[in-house]
Design a protein around this ligand. Structure first.
Ligand SMILES: [Zn+2]
Length: 267
């Protein structure tokens, strides 16, 4: 199991969020590789009272942190701080509880404490599940293999991380179920997003992109700058509509911007 990874930064849009890699981890906080075999994805939380992906990327861009992670996720942004082929220092320990997951064969994702009070918000969990599923696809981890290869820091070293998902907490099984659904089928993925979406706003609905590639713009119209691109088959939650010159645009829940609704179908 596992894939040899030579990719640096992923430079892609996940769940309507363009992954940022402009704030790089300090070279002293990681191990460089030309390529490495990656088997596991390890989930963490930042363990701060409240923070953002941007603030974490900045923090680890400074020397002497003696730790790092590949990704930081919050409600609106995803920062990639360490290249996939490089080893981030996210789950190292003197004593391991997992037989084979180590820094050298894993990718570390930090979920920020966006809900305050040392807690990860639902939106951050949703974005992190989409990133996790994206990486699973890249590594060849199928829906049926999620339990084996998607781990918590807790599973590797018994550290209480992410705190709200440690031990037998249901939040962890729910998180993995979300990842499985995204990997399993688009229909199932849509259902899982619906469950998240309907809890907050009844006007929200789901779309599936039908055009091969379409631009996400800052506002509802072609005059607005492009913030990201989305692709055929991807599913998004629309929270608001806008019309410009008779053309309908829908605002993405992620906050990334608007897409032309004629380039998607409602599901
Ligand atoms: Zn951790």
């Amino acid at each position: 199991m596992g894939k040899t990874v030579t990719t640096g930064y992923i430079n892609d849009t996940i769940h309507g969020i363009k992954v940022k890699s402009g704030i790089k981890c300090n070279a002293g906080n990681l191990s460089r590789n030309a390529g490495r075999k990656v088997v596991y994805v390890v989930m963490h939380y930042t363990g701060n009272a409240s923070d953002t992906a941007n603030a974490n990327a900045k923090y680890f861009s400074e020397a002497g942190r003696n730790a790092s992670a590949h990704f930081f996720v919050d409600d609106k942004e995803i920062y990639q701080s360490v290249k996939l082929r490089d080893t981030a220092w996210h789950c190292g320990a003197k004593k391991y509880y997992h037989t084979s997951c180590r820094n050298s064969n894993s990718i570390g994702i930090e979920m920020c404490c966006t809900a305050g009070n040392y807690k990860i918000s639902d939106k951050t969990k949703e974005n992190a599940a989409c990133l996790c599923a994206y990486l699973c696809k890249k590594l060849g981890i199928s829906a049926g293999e999620v339990d084996k290869y998607v781990l918590r820091h807790y599973d590797v070293t018994h550290k209480n991380c992410p705190a709200q998902m440690s031990g037998n907490k249901k939040e962890w099984t729910d998180f993995k179920e979300h990842v499985r659904k995204i990997l399993g089928s688009t229909k199932k993925a849509a259902e899982s997003v619906t469950q998240t979406a309907t809890g907050t706003n009844q006007n929200e609905y789901l779309i599936k992109i039908t055009k091969k590639t379409t631009k996400v713009r800052k506002g509802p119209g072609k005059k607005y700058p492009v913030t990201a691109q989305v692709h055929a088959g991807e599913v998004y939650t629309i929270v608001k509509e806008g019309t410009n010159n008779g053309i309908k645009w829908g605002e993405l829940k992620s906050g990334a911007g608007y897409v032309r609704l004629s380039h998607a179908k409602r599901i």
